[in-house]
Design a protein around this ligand. Structure first.
Ligand code: GRF
Length: 194
């Protein structure tokens, strides 16, 4: 059966590599009336990524690209994006760095969530680094993706207080909870009038 898509809904692909808790929250948001997006594809570079179960659960097409050859994989992904008329890519725990060429093809249409208060702690192990630096605050950021890692324009950021008892796991858990709200809010912010 042909899927019904609101006339203005933006065809969106979500890229993941892992657990997919952000994917789940974006899917749930996409089902709401106010959502400007429609999720038409889930892409993973890991065939066994736990998050793929949400694609199955919500009946969303999924595609795995093994990334053994980055250029080839990106070429195939681009073709698929064109074929499906994808207009927005949301990176949600996608652990591959997209090439300049790929990003150029989707200029201003790729967004990412990062578990730190950017520009602090670009890259990995953000919670560990925040705790080690004895920061007072941690948080998460949704930003546009540019060729420079974790450096594109910030869409929204959420700050939380680090507790004296916090360790990497407790902080990660609390920040993740905020991520699940921040991603939908960021999508609403960039597409306000739909
Ligand atoms: C999140 O912390 C996100 O900020 C980072 O990777 C993690 C993905 O978690 N980029 P999940 O797969 O969405 O649960």
């Amino acid at each position: 059966m042909e899927k019904l898509i609101g006339p203005k809904k933006i065809r969106t692909a979500i890229f993941i590599s892992g657990t997919g808790s952000n994917l789940k929250s974006i899917i749930k948001f996409s089902k709401t009336k106010k959502s400007p997006i429609f999720i038409d594809l889930v892409v993973s570079n890991i065939g066994k990524a736990k998050g793929l179960k949400y694609a199955d659960q919500f009946n969303i097409p999924k595609k795995i690209f093994n990334y053994q050859n980055i250029k080839e994989s990106e070429k195939k992904i681009l073709l698929l994006m064109k074929k499906k008329k994808i207009k927005l890519i949301c990176l949600a725990g996608f652990m591959k760095i997209l090439s300049k060429k790929f990003i150029k093809n989707f200029k201003g249409k790729i967004i990412n969530i990062h578990p730190s208060l950017l520009p602090k702690y670009k890259g990995l192990n953000t919670h560990f680094r925040a705790l080690k630096s004895k920061d007072k605050f941690a948080g998460c950021t949704v930003h546009f993706v540019t060729a420079k890692l974790d450096s594109g324009k910030i869409i929204l950021q959420k700050k939380i207080k680090i507790r004296t008892k916090d360790n990497v796991s407790s902080l990660k858990k609390r920040v993740l909870k905020e991520e699940h709200k921040l991603y939908p809010a960021s999508i609403m912010k960039i597409f306000p009038n739909l």
